[in-house]
Design a protein around this ligand. Structure first.
Ligand code: GTP
Ligand code: MG
Length: 370
């Protein structure tokens, strides 16, 4: 991954390949256009030609196009991405089940969510909302952080009989760090020991000020079990989403984020991808972190095969070369050669990080000098 052919380097520098060969010859390295040179030689050559070095190919290989802004007239409304967060057992999955008319909780091991579930729900008014369910168990801090970073709105679920707990506070902090607006769902109000007002006061201590107490955070008392006030919660979401005026360009190469990924015994590497702009289609060539591939099939949250996925749509993607990491950017590129090049480069970066972060012990220092 560290090597580059002379011709390729010439293309990136917008110089003639022959001139590079000549310069290399003078430097004492007689090579041809199609031969590869190492990074140090490449850097030397780049400086020799008066170009500034951006770690040779890093600037070129970097396909993070967050700086390439879609023109206003290409933007179309997109569904909000809403992440449900809160302490373990406060009823996040139950609330989402109630909204979706599904029963995920029943199928979970020990009733504990261990991954991020991604669902798109169509509301009675035909508008759509994408929900990400996160685990509340303390072991899943990173997943909660990830959820907050891809989301437009956070719904903080607090059980009215239990009040604020460590992972509630953690979720508040992630949400604030991500600069995302929050709606509080005070859940389990069907319980006789529910104390909704106490929850509002506890929130105040963490600078989450609900409307009733003079702030601008919407709160709704709900019961996932009795299905109380679910419409009010959806209304609050709708209102918040309208304020945000969420838009994306659906007519471009797709870009998104890997929400979670795993190796499936039968189907190979799988990734759940949240599309953020553009439209992903079967057959598209992509890079996901240090893995690449071609979309073989896409499956929606209801287990149906879909041919395309637009902005805010969560899909499971089949056709990856390896399992990417959750949080990795997912980007459609022009062809497989390019996809492999970028993936290989990133693999190099990852390997390099691994090497440099390897602990140095006395033993291996002696070993390397033996
Ligand atoms: P993790 O994903 O493990 O963090 O839990 P969770 O927040 O998703 O909680 P979950 O939905 O699994 O619910 C935990 C327990 O609370 C289950 O036994 C639910 O039946 C119960 N529960 C959820 N919502 C309500 C509610 O509104 N009222 C009552 N009485 N019980 C509820
Ligand atoms: Mg759950």
């Amino acid at each position: 991954p560290e090597a580059i052919t002379v011709q390729e380097l010439a293309n990136r520098m917008a110089e003639r390949g022959a001139d590079l060969v000549k310069a290399l010859f003078k430097m004492g390295s007689p090579v041809t256009l199609t031969q590869t040179i190492d990074q140090d030689t490449a850097e030397l050559l780049v400086t020799e030609f008066g170009h500034t070095i951006k770690r040779v190919s890093e600037s070129d290989i970097d396909i993070d196009s967050s700086s390439d802004v879609d023109a206003d007239d290409t933007l179309q409304p997109r569904p909000p991405v809403v992440t449900i967060m809160g302490h373990v057992d406060h009823g996040k999955t139950s609330l989402l089940d109630a909204i979706r008319g599904a029963d995920v909780v029943a199928g979970e091991a020990g009733g504990i969510t261990q991954h991020i579930g991604a669902y798109q729900v169509t509301l009675p008014d035909n508008s759509k909302v994408t929900f990400l369910d996160t685990p509340g168990h303390e072991a899943f801090t990173e997943m909660r952080a990830r959820g907050a970073n891809v989301t437009d709105i956070v719904v903080l679920v607090v059980a009215a009989d239990d009040g604020l707990k460590p992972q509630t506070v953690e979720a508040i902090n992630h949400t604030k760090a991500a600069g995302v607006p929050m709606i509080v769902a005070i859940n389990k109000i069907d319980k006789p020991e529910a104390k909704a007002q106490r929850v509002r006061e506890e929130l105040l201590q963490h600078e989450v000020i609900v409307e009733d107490l003079g702030g601008d955070v919407q709160d709704v008392e709900v019961s996932a079990k009795a299905k109380t006030n679910l419409d009010k919660l959806l209304e609050a979401l709708h209102l918040q989403a309208e304020i945000l005026e969420l838009k994306a360009n659906p007519d471009r190469a797709a870009e998104g984020t890997v929400i979670e990924a795993k190796l499936d015994k039968g189907r190979g590497p799988l990734a759940t991808v949240l599309i953020q702009r553009g439209t992903l289609r079967v057959g598209d060539v992509f890079v996901a972190g240090a893995s690449s591939g071609k979309v073989r099939a896409m499956i929606d949250d209801k287990g149906r095969q879909v041919k395309e996925a637009g902005p805010s749509f969560p899909v499971e993607v089949l056709g990856l070369s390896a399992v990417p990491a959750a949080g990795d950017p997912f980007t459609v590129v022009e062809n497989e050669g390019r996809a492999r090049e970028v993936a290989a480069y990133r693999q190099g970066v990852i390997d390099r990080k691994r090497t440099t972060s390897a602990p140095v012990s006395l033993e291996n220092m002696f070993a390397s000098h033996a």
